[in-house]
Design a protein around this ligand. Structure first.
Ligand SMILES: [Zn+2]
Length: 316
């Protein structure tokens, strides 16, 4: 009995040892597998330095995965870390950098803003249809087109109390403007509308006049093409104060007041100074766009142009 038992124990020990060895090999192989598939290994193999790898590992999983699965890109980290970076535009950012900067130092914030707003393309190319469901928050510029020969509803004439003769505007915008003009008046500021709703036909006429006189490039610089003008939406106003014109309005008390307060009434300065490349328009101290109070405050607080705000926050 005693002897038999010892005989039986031996294969059990061998089996146990075998299992342990196999298990150790498995753990070893698994670790090798894990190593070669680790982000650190893959990123290092792609060419990223230790410092860059640490930066990348702080990013969202999708970016880590992208960097792991693609070849080294020296703009990758700077781009992804930009505040207004949009993943869908990544390839376009890279292309824009290659086209515009070459070996020069890249301004990533500028690149992101330019591409987000489609300004990497020439004006009136790669256009999209304005999403009319956005209501007061529709984007209309040299890339975002209104429906063909668009004519808005709810256009009402403006009283001579608030505008020079012949002006009309969206009803809601009119109410907001009146509220704003009354508030400005309390500070001895008179606001008067010089241009407001312009229908397709009159916008076409303005554009074609420029074009006939000085050619298309000139016309595109100073007038919007029909179906691309904010004035055609009934949501934009050119606001002046009596005695001031295009060259002098900027230096008036009225402009200073509008710049600081118009958002409280739902308006934003649409074409600010220094943002010409993003808006596609020269600085226009007089041109205000109605967005409604909530959205106007958000855009004002963001410090962005509406083109940037819309394409980053609102566009689906
Ligand atoms: Zn205007």
């Amino acid at each position: 009995m005693h002897y038999k038992r010892r005989i039986k124990k031996k294969p059990l020990i061998i089996l146990t040892i075998l299992i342990v060895i196999i298990a150790l090999i498995c753990v070893y192989l698994f670790n090798i597998y894990k190593y070669y598939n680790s982000p650190e290994y893959k990123l290092g193999k792609a060419g990223y330095s230790e410092k860059e790898i640490n930066e990348i590992l702080k990013m969202d999983d999708k970016y880590i995965k992208y960097a792991m699965d693609n070849k080294y890109e020296d703009d990758f980290i700077a781009l992804v870390n930009e505040k207004y970076f949009l993943w869908k535009n990544y390839d376009a950012y890279i292309k824009y950098i290659d086209d515009v900067y070459g070996d020069k130092k890249v301004d990533y914030s500028y690149v992101v803003s330019m591409v987000n707003t489609r300004n990497n393309y020439d004006y009136y190319t790669h256009m999209v249809s304005t999403n009319m469901n956005a209501g007061n928050g529709i984007l209309v510029n040299k890339y975002y087109k209104l429906p063909d020969k668009y004519a808005p509803k709810d256009i009402v004439p403006m009283s001579n109390l608030y505008a020079y003769p012949g002006n009309s505007i969206n009803k809601e915008v009119y109410e907001a403007f009146k509220e704003m003009a009354v508030a400005a008046n309390k500070e001895n500021i008179v606001l008067i509308v010089n241009s407001s709703y312009r229908d397709y036909k009159s916008q076409k006429k303005i554009y074609e006049n420029y074009k006939e006189k000085n050619g298309q490039a000139y016309a595109d610089q100073f007038a919007a093409r029909p179906d691309f003008s904010e004035h055609q939406t009934g949501l934009a106003l050119d606001i002046f104060t009596p005695g001031a014109g295009m060259t002098t309005f900027e230096n008036t008390k009225a402009f200073k007041w509008l710049k600081e307060n118009s958002y409280k009434y739902g308006f934003i300065l649409r074409y600010p100074e220094g943002k010409e490349k993003l808006t596609g328009y020269s600085y226009e101290p007089w041109h205000y766009r109605y967005l409604g109070k909530d959205l106007a405050k958000k855009v004002y607080d963001s410090g962005l142009t509406f083109d940037e705000y819309y394409t980053y926050y609102l566009e689906k």
